[in-house]
Structure formats: structure tokens, C-alpha cells
Ligand binder design. Structure first.
Ligand code: ZN
Ligand code: FE
Length: 256
């Protein structure tokens, strides 16, 4: 199986997974880069997985469905380009001979879902849309901090080697904030240097792995004593009334 991030807009990735003949894509905000990749690699599009309703994730769905006949799968609880097969947490989607588990991960949007699959003889893949980013997490447009924390905890429980396929290249700006929060984390400093080198060559920092994210992502580590201490320095009152995760998210919203 080949896993490829197709760049779109300023900083989106449309993930493509293919077996040399058939392909699936995730969150095609634009049809053009997908059609170009299908043609270049000689692939037939079998399925489209959508994580949430934002237009930078859905804008290319109609054109791709109409021009390829691919099946479309998306969240049960959100307004989506029709027709599609609506998915709830606990459902599964069969594509490319793989079984994708659907996970409910509300927070960025109210009905956001993610897709996880084991791949024989390869690391598993997680398509998490705008929930988990490398070094960060999505903004809370529709959900509560409690929902996002539960969603991230669910993702964080997946296997170490899981390839984390996020929908945006936000890694360096996320890591700038992460270093502010946790300056003494050696894993974080090493990962920052690695990502700076990768971006210097114009390459994607993604996919990340869950093992890496658990070591460096402050939003998966908000109960760590060092992070709680940083959050307390930012806003001691917020920490006691809202909790570490919610206060950390508010801090990031206003961080420049
Ligand atoms: Zn979004
Ligand atoms: Fe997005």
C-alpha cells in the first residue's frame, strides 16, 4: 500500500492510499490534485472518506464522485454533499481490502469522525481530519474541551506505530507553542529540529506516529506535571476552574 499526502490550498493535505490499481482519498477539499494523481499513477478511485463538514475537506467530493463513481463515506451527524453513506462511531468501511473503523471524535465540529485501519505487514493508519495535528489539536468550533479531550484520549490509545494522517501542515507553528509550554522536553526539541529540516526541503512533516505525538504533543500530555505547571503560570484561575486541557487550548488560541 502506498500512502501519499496530496497538497491542496495553502496547508491542507488530501491523503491518498492505493494498492497500485485502486485508491481511496480522505477529505478532498479540491478535486484537481486528486484527479491529477489518479491519472499520473494510473489508478481507479474506489472510495472517498470524509471526516467533517468544513469546505476545505468536502469541496471536491461532488466532482470526484461524478467523474469516478467512487463511493462516499462521511459523518452521520453533519451536513454533507449528498449522496453519501453516513457513518457512526463503531461502524466500519471496507475499501482496498482493508477494514476502516469509524471513531466518533467530536470537538473541532460536533459530528467529526476519524478512520483507523490495520494494514497487513505495515503500520496502521489513522485519518483524523482536524482533530489531532502533529504537535497540536483542532480548534473547538462546535465542541467542548471535555469532548475534545475525550476524542484525543481515544486516538491516543491506538497502537504506537499508527501513522497519524492529519489534514493540515500546521506542525512547525504547533511546535513553537509546544516549546513555550514544555521547554525542557528533549523529545520535543529533537522533533522540532527534525521537522525544521524536513520543511526546509519543502517536504511534509506528516504522517507522524502516535508514539511521537504522545511524547511531544502538549494536548495529549495536558495532565503531565510540567505542563500543568506551565498552564498555572499562564492562568492559575483558569487552571482551577476549567482544567489543564481547556486552559491550554485557550492559551494556544491567543498565542502568537
Ligand atoms: Zn475543519
Ligand atoms: Fe481543515
Amino acid at each position: 500500500m502506498k500512502l501519499i499526502p496530496l497538497p491542496a490550498f495553502d496547508d491542507n493535505y488530501i491523503w491518498m492510499l492505493h494498492d497500485g490499481r485502486k485508491a481511496l482519498v480522505v477529505d478532498p477539499g479540491d478535486a484537481e490534485p486528486v484527479l491529477a494523481a489518479l491519472q499520473r499513477e494510473g489508478l481507479k478511485l474506489q472510495g472517498i472518506l470524509v471526516t467533517h463538514h468544513h469546505s476545505d475537506h468536502t469541496g471536491g467530493v461532488d466532482r470526484l464522485r461524478n467523474s469516478t463513481g467512487a463511493s462516499v463515506f462521511g459523518p452521520a451527524g453533519e451536513k454533507m454533499p449528498e449522496p453519501l453513506q453516513r457513518q457512526h462511531g463503531g461502524d466500519s468501511v471496507q475499501l482496498l481490502g482493508l477494514q476502516f473503523q469509524v471513531l466518533d471524535v467530536p470537538g473541532h465540529t460536533a459530528g467529526h469522525i476519524a478512520y483507523f485501519a490495520n494494514i497487513p505487514h505495515e503500520a496502521p493508519v489513522l485519518f483524523c481530519g482536524d482533530t489531532l495535528f502533529s504537535g497540536g489539536c483542532g480548534r473547538l468550533f462546535e465542541g467542548t474541551p471535555q469532548q475534545m479531550l475525550a476524542s484525543l484520549s481515544q486516538l491516543s490509545a491506538l497502537p504506537d506505530a499508527t501513522r497519524v494522517c492529519c489534514a493540515h501542515e500546521y506542525t512547525l507553528s504547533n511546535l513553537k507553542f509546544a516549546v513555550e509550554v514544555e521547554p525542557d522536553n528533549p523529545h520535543l526539541m529533537a522533533y522540532l529540529a527534525q521537522c525544521q529540516a524536513v520543511r526546509g526541503q519543502g517536504l511534509p512533516t506528516l504522517p507522524s506516529t502516535l508514539d511521537t505525538e504522545r511524547k511531544i504533543n502538549p494536548f495529549l500530555r495536558s495532565e503531565q506535571p510540567t505542563i500543568v505547571a506551565s498552564v498555572r503560570r499562564f492562568d492559575a484561575q483558569g487552571l482551577t476552574s476549567l482544567g489543564a486541557f481547556a486552559t491550554l487550548r485557550l492559551w494556544k488560541n491567543q498565542y502568537r
